[in-house]
Design a protein around this ligand. Structure first.
Ligand SMILES: Cc1cc2nc3c(=O)[nH]c(=O)nc-3n(C[C@H](O)[C@H](O)[C@H](O)COP(=O)(O)O)c2cc1C
Length: 297
């Protein structure tokens, strides 16, 4: 596998592995950089925390390597500036790309967030709309969930604002509830997005105890499904968008074995993200993944 393969939005990556954002503590993110991952996202930040519900935020689906989470957004970008700067400096030293993810309560509010990320030295600005419909705390989110075209319009309005603010490539992390990814991407691209990141967790999903009580701590008991169970769905979306001619695709969802990475690349992803697998295999899974890629030293 040659290095020329790992380019999205005109940015070169040293390898196609992306540690995708989630509940990962700060030392694990630094460890991932040291282990040689090609890119990281730090988790999504907003202007203020969006979610305040109690734990549990993540529950494993019994007898599977799948999880349902209602983590939401628990950190403000402004409180985390020091950490973000520190990680970006470390990533630079190791030639690791940093994808900076945000959501904001309105498109207008995102101006400050995008500017902050650009000043901090991010490589890619990623809009992650999923927290707007995650069942964690937002008002009126049910109205959006049930109306895909309206949600696509709303996401496009955020993208336009981001693109006006920054010279950096803007990525969109597709919410799992978007099924017509070609129509959605046509709108996002028209609004100025460069990178399609497929996808975030598949929402809504729930898990209950034997008395029918939802186990997640979110107000609705709902969350997003991740891990092995979603791989076929995500693969189909990557394949569909790539067949439609899109080259700048990041594929994330259910990657657990080295063969999954190969499949995502063959389906049309240029970069392959993983998150849930680290709950099972630990962060050192990066070594296993890197070795399997057999990259030139
Ligand atoms: C607990 C948890 C928290 C997450 N938080 C974020 C987040 O803050 N930002 C984001 O873009 N994706 C977030 N994700 C989604 C992952 O980055 C990834 O897209 C999703 O889990 C599918 O990949 P996987 O099957 O490899 O886990 C989160 C996932 C989990 C399980």
């Amino acid at each position: 596998m040659g290095r020329e393969n790992f380019v999205v939005g005109d940015l070169e990556f040293k390898n196609p592995l992306l540690l995708s954002g989630g509940i990962i503590n700060e030392s694990l993110i630094k460890k991932a950089i040291m282990l040689g991952v090609g890119a990281i996202t730090l988790g999504t930040y907003a202007e203020k925390p969006f979610s305040s519900h109690p734990q549990p935020w993540v529950v494993q689906v019994e007898n599977t390597n799948c999880y349902i989470n209602a983590y939401g957004v628990r950190n403000s970008i402004f409180d985390k500036k020091g950490f973000i700067k520190e990680v970006i400096e470390l990533a630079r030293k190791h030639n690791v790309r940093v994808i900076c993810s945000y959501v904001a309560s309105t498109p207008g509010v995102s101006v400050r967030l995008v500017n902050t990320y650009e000043k901090l030295g991010c490589d890619v600005i990623e809009f992650n709309p999923t927290p707007l419909v995650m069942g964690c705390s937002q008002e009126k989110e049910q109205d959006i969930v049930s109306n895909e075209p309206e949600f696509v319009k709303l996401i496009s309005s955020y993208i336009k604002v981001a693109v006006e603010q920054t010279q950096l490539p803007v990525s969109v992390k597709f919410p799992g509830i978007l099924n017509d990814v070609v129509s959605a991407w046509n709108m996002f691209r028209k609004s100025g997005a460069i990178i399609a990141h497929l996808s975030n967790s598949i929402f809504p999903a729930t898990i209950m105890d034997t008395n029918g009580k939802p186990l997640l701590g979110s107000p609705t008991g709902m969350g997003g499904l991740t891990g092995e169970c979603i791989k076929p769905l995500v693969l189909a979306k990557i394949y569909t968008l790539a067949k439609n001619g899109e080259k700048n695709i990041i594929g994330t969802g259910g990657v657990t074995h080295p063969n999954d990475i190969r499949q995502f690349l063959l389906a049309g992803a240029k970069i392959v993200g993983f998150h849930s697998v680290i709950y099972k295999k630990g962060i050192s899974v990066i070594k296993e993944f890197l070795e399997s890629l057999n990259l030139p030293k």
